[in-house]
Design a protein around this ligand. Sequence first.
Ligand SMILES: [Zn+2]
Ligand SMILES: [Zn+2]
Length: 179
Amino acid sequence: MTTNPRLKEYHHAWYLEHQDKVRACSRARYLRVRVLKVLPQNMQCPTCGLTFSPKHLLQIYCLPRCRAKAYTLRYPVRRRAQASGWQKRNKSKTNAITNLRRARLKGATIGQIDYEAILQRDKQTCGICRKRIKVGALSFDHILPLAHGGTHSNNNLRPTHILCNRQRNRYGQAQLRMV
Ligand SMILES: [Zn+2]
Ligand SMILES: [Zn+2]
């Protein structure tokens, strides 16, 4: 669990002191899970407090979502590090999620979105200056701005240069970064 040697020592000391209790606990769990194979009927989810019937013997939380939330609460630093690592490895996915959240917040209609398909449709040329876009300068733009009732969907999106987009939207909404 931990790599901290002092913490490890502390855990071990605690274990030696409470050996009987630990053994009794694991024996009860072993009996319940491996021997009796009894599925408890009404368990309470430690995260959301809902009563549920588990589908397998090791289930503790009602939904994977609740298990993830418990993990976040228990190991906040580790969880944050994992999340930011994923975001660094999946920049375009992260941007797509951010763009979707912003569109939702603005109350826009959400449609089918496939950024790769939009790029292929427009042959990777900028919708504003009509020149080719290099990967590092790519962003996406709502043709009809969300603020004016435009939808967040393939039909209303076009690839643009970051700079062209920024100039167009200097007085308008934020650009959709995809780099
Ligand atoms: Zn729950
Ligand atoms: Zn351009």
